[in-house]
Design a protein around this ligand. Sequence first.
Ligand code: NAD
Ligand code: UDX
Length: 471
Amino acid sequence: MKRYQICCIGAGYVGGPSMSIIAYQCPHIDVKVVDISQERIDSWNSPSGDLPIYEPGLREVVLSVRNRNLFFSMEVDEAIEDADMIFVAVNTPTKMRGLGAGRAADLTRWELAARRIAAVATTPKIVVEKSTVPIRTAEAIASVLTASGKTHFSIVSNPEFLAEGTAIQDLRNPDRVLIGTNTEDPRSVEAMNVLVDIYSHWVPRERILTTNVWSSELSKLVANSCLAQRVSTINAVSEICEATGADIDEVANAVGLDNRIGVKFLKASVGFGGSCFQKDILSLVYLCESMGLQEAAEYFYWIVKLNDHQKERFVSRIIHGLFHTVTGKRITVLGFAFKKDTGDTRESPAIEVCRRLLYEKAILSIYDPKVHSSQILTDLCHSTGMDLLELNKYATVYADPYEACYQSHALVVCTEWDLFKELDFERIYCEMEKPAFAFDGRNVLPHETMKSLGFVIYGIGKPLDKRLNWV
Ligand code: NAD
Ligand code: UDX
């Protein structure tokens, strides 16, 4: 009997891990993940298991099913033709030019994938919208697919809620799986049930929600906006704390213990990053604006504005704290990823912090345990407009945190890596210029211990160190 065939277009942070889990949980299904990037596919197939993304637990899952019922390939057409179900997990970044630039999601890759499916498919397919897309994209995609008239397509929306750093955990034990479709069309409902059956192999049925397609598409944008809104709220409160002497962690705890509010996602920071939050909020803002819902648009836009302000004011604290100038000073940036347990730097607050410090002519020593140095340098060339030759004069990436801290004027924490809590701060202090400063953008360092060693510390939303009072 022919085995059920799944194809996923897009072997990125979503396509790779989510398909690995389907293959792992459903040994009776063959899953082929395809991409146009040779480098990515080669890396997914790397014999040593050096995968293109770092995600705790991912390597073990991939190695246990790769070439059993999980395959990575560049053969997009062949995978489409063979598949019964096709997930589309291509990137949908914010449009950089043209109509809706800076707001709308760029659906070019999605449409190209859909056109490829339409061109190649000769047998009926279930097409699953896995990428995050604006509301009503499924409808537009349906027009592209059905225009060829060659076969039947059922469109199902199945947004992904995994967070990087915990992707495997999130995929194996999701809070919910959301599946939306045109509930008035029996074939679409049938397709939705096929997908429900797949997830039922490991997700309790009551956590698999089925909705109409628009609710599903909109829920994804709203979920990310709500999460980001909490971070911007607590970050706005962190500024109030610094002005009043309240402590942000105490406030967050006191507020979060109210069951209706909850303790999660109330960690003040240098600002949120990642490829999703800003993009999805801006997409929602665009949606509101295009429907004339100006107040709603402004409300959501402020989440992003507050986030920009938080990054900006963190850098201002550093510059003012270091006697109003960082020119020629060696500053150690600890962490470059947008959060811990990932090597992803997309929209990482570290990029903006470094850009501003480089603009002030600081000399940066950067350390991150998982981000490749080439990625850091590429991000900084891109954000500063410098070429690599020039950037190398001002920024060095180190593989060892102690080397990065050597002879530094200040430590600047941009990512909350656990290992930063355990560093030998006595050694670091001895080897730094004095006064030795630390600007903790994640409140992960052991502030009291460091203060007793002699560090002058600034923590987001923490009572200001007297020696920083003039800031
Ligand atoms: P990504 O950039 O890591 O991966 C996308 C992949 O698609 C790339 O490897 C790219 O080469 C490939 N691709 C693009 N066009 C293609 C085409 N026409 N044919 C074949 N391959 C093509 O992106 P991602 O982070 O995996 O995000 C994918 C989607 O999932 C986005 O819409 C994103 O908003 C959404 N999402 C992401 C996350 C996350 O944590 N990264 C979480 C939930 C949802
Ligand atoms: C997010 C959503 O959580 C996930 O459901 C969605 O599928 C994709 O977007 P991700 O961006 O991977 O996931 O990570 P997340 O844990 O949400 O963190 C996003 C950013 O917010 C990070 O920069 C993180 O450091 C920051 N953050 C998060 C805070 O600053 N404080 C918090 O309390 C939580």
